[in-house]
Write a protein that binds this ligand. Structure first.
Ligand SMILES: Nc1ncnc2c1ncn2[C@@H]1O[C@H](COP(=O)(O)OP(=O)(O)O)[C@@H](O)[C@H]1O
Ligand SMILES: [Mg+2]
Length: 335
């Protein structure tokens, strides 16, 4: 057993699904997902737009649209958060888990000074006095790399750049010392140099505080230095899960391989960018077999006939595919 598998389990999704009721019928946004997150672990959730990444975690936070319904279990330290009453869930959300979104303004109140937004968290969730909260909040602004924090403490959100606002939101999320931080495409709206800085910040702070990090992204290219493990989602299902190096070196699922091939390389011409042909399936009419079969270069009859289940290929590496790419060891034994 490696270090990772010995760490204590923090969050466990068991047969977790999300269905949206619509006038045209049910939309199965997340299907029978199983995922284990250990303390302090960094997991990337990767997949094209519409694959169910955001809904998965909005569901756990109790933030689904009214027409959405979860099933299965989401055990946070053994307690199923899907069955908590709204008031109990409020507490868990403020204290044990926090979520950072693409647009920092969704989390900020435009009419309150930065200082107030930060101290409020501490006064409500951790019972700080106003003075102690100010000291703590200012310290957190320094830790998230805000230059001249004393001055910026007294500004309003619109007086800051997008990158600074996202740093404030990260500070807000970490002030309550959550055990789990969910970051949903937190740098997609920022320019490239700022993106790298913010991703480094997530890395450093979560390591320092032993916070587990779930990094949601459509860009497999950013996960390399940022995650211990990667789960690839397609049409509401995890189709492959592996330690990050293994996923890059030996992708087993043709969808993962396609995402991999689509990562732009620095020396590449815009005209040579690889795109995955076709589109994800309609979630109201999922294929009978593998969800990826209509786009898959390796499709065979069995793929169209029935859905593949996640199978273990190597320790901590599983994929849902009847014809995964062979691993290097297999190629050697067959040679
Ligand atoms: N309120 C809703 N009603 C019906 N379908 C929804 C609703 N919200 C989300 N969905 C469906 O869930 C799918 C997955 O969405 P999402 O998790 O946001 O994708 P991702 O974050 O991977 O881009 C969407 O493509 C959409 O079909
Ligand atoms: Mg999303």
């Amino acid at each position: 057993m490696t270090d990772q598998t010995q760490k204590q389990v923090l969050l466990e999704l068991k047969d977790y699904s999300i269905t949206f009721k619509t006038p045209d019928g049910d939309v199965k946004a997340v299907s029978n997902m199983n995922l284990t997150v250990r303390r302090g672990e960094r997991i990337a959730i990767v997949g094209e737009s519409g694959s169910g990444k955001s809904q998965t975690f909005l569901g756990i936070m109790g933030l689904l649209a009214k027409n959405g319904q979860t099933s299965g279990q989401a055990l946070l330290e053994g307690r199923d958060v899907l069955s908590l009453k709204p008031r109990e869930l409020d507490k868990v959300r403020g204290k044990d888990m926090a979520m950072v979104f693409q647009d920092p303004m969704t989390a900020l109140n435009p009419s309150l000074k930065i200082s107030r937004q930060l101290t409020e968290q501490l006064e409500i969730h951790r019972g700080f006095t106003a003075r102690a909260a100010s000291v703590e909040a200012l310290d957190m602004l320094k830790r998230v790399g805000i230059p001249d924090p004393d001055r910026r403490f007294n500004l309003y959100p619109h007086e800051l750049s997008g990158g600074m606002r996202q740093r404030i939101v990260i500070a807000m999320a970490l002030l309550t010392k959550p055990k789990l931080l969910i970051a949903d495409e937190p740098t997609t709206a920022l320019d490239v140099t700022i993106q790298a800085q913010i991703l480094d910040l997530f890395n450093d702070l979560t390591a320092e505080m032993n916070t587990a990090l779930l990094m949601i992204t459509h860009d497999l290219g950013v996960v390399a230095g940022l995650a211990d493990r990667v789960a690839v989602m397609y049409a509401g299902r995890i189709v492959e899960e592996a330690p990050v190096d293994e996923l890059f070196e030996k992708p087993a699922h043709p969808y993962t391989a396609a995402l991999h091939a689509a990562i732009p390389r620095p020396d590449q011409d815009v005209d040579d960018l690889v795109v995955i042909p076709g589109r994800p399936p309609n979630l109201q009419h999922l294929p009978k077999g593998c969800n990826f079969s209509p786009r898959c270069p390796k499709v065979e009859d069995d793929c169209i006939d029935r859905p593949p289940q996640l199978e273990t290929l190597a320790p901590q590496h599983c994929a849902a595919c009847f014809h995964p790419f062979p691993r290097r060891e297999e190629l050697l034994t067959h040679a």
